[in-house]
Ligand binder design. Structure first.
Ligand code: NI
Length: 174
């Protein structure tokens, strides 16, 4: 298993619309395992392939308290949604930023597992939020896109400043 690099906002590659997965082979299984490891190491509850610069429709998530119930969704689609809920979201690609986003409360999805077997699943609460957030990534969309342009500019400036500080700290640590 290997830890993968996570792209961060405003990297243009995060805007790529992912293509359907059509080959369920060993490399897909390896990618799903690497994504799960990367998600756990980054202390995330979800990760989309887009975030590790693989533009295929696959995501991994684990919203369990003990982080021991990883799920892999390949080619996920929402077939039904109902109600609204608001939650303060974060994202491994937008580090340190949290903002309230409104999403559907209950969803029914259709997806495939890593072997290509189809299934349907109902989700609500945090699981529903996480699936919708990760599916947005597959369409090149980030949670900050739901914010006002002013707020989004502030997020971008804050991350750019953070990155400059990190660069200075790294050079000072020589
Ligand atoms: Ni995210």
């Amino acid at each position: 298993m290997a830890k993968l690099e996570i792209l961060t906002f405003p990297d243009a590659r995060l805007r790529t619309v992912a293509k359907a997965v059509d080959e369920f082979d060993d490399s897909l299984r390896q990618l799903s395992e690497d994504m799960i490891e990367t998600m756990y190491q980054a202390r995330g509850i979800g990760l989309a392939a887009t975030q590790v610069n693989v533009h295929r429709r696959m995501l991994v998530l684990d919203v369990s308290d003990d982080q021991d119930q990883p799920m892999v969704l390949v080619n996920p689609e929402i077939v039904h949604q109902d109600g609204f809920q608001t939650y303060e979201e974060g994202c491994l690609s937008v580090p340190g930023i949290y903002a309230e986003v409104q999403r559907a409360n209950q969803i029914r999805i259709k997806a495939q597992n890593v072997d290509g077997e189809g299934f349907e699943m109902d989700a609500d609460g945090l699981l529903a939020i996480c699936i919708q957030h990760e599916m947005d990534h597959l369409n090149g969309k980030l949670f900050v896109d739901y914010l006002s342009p002013l707020k989004r500019r502030r997020v971008r400036k804050r991350l750019e400043k953070q990155r400059r500080q990190d660069a200075v700290a790294a050079s000072a640590a020589l």
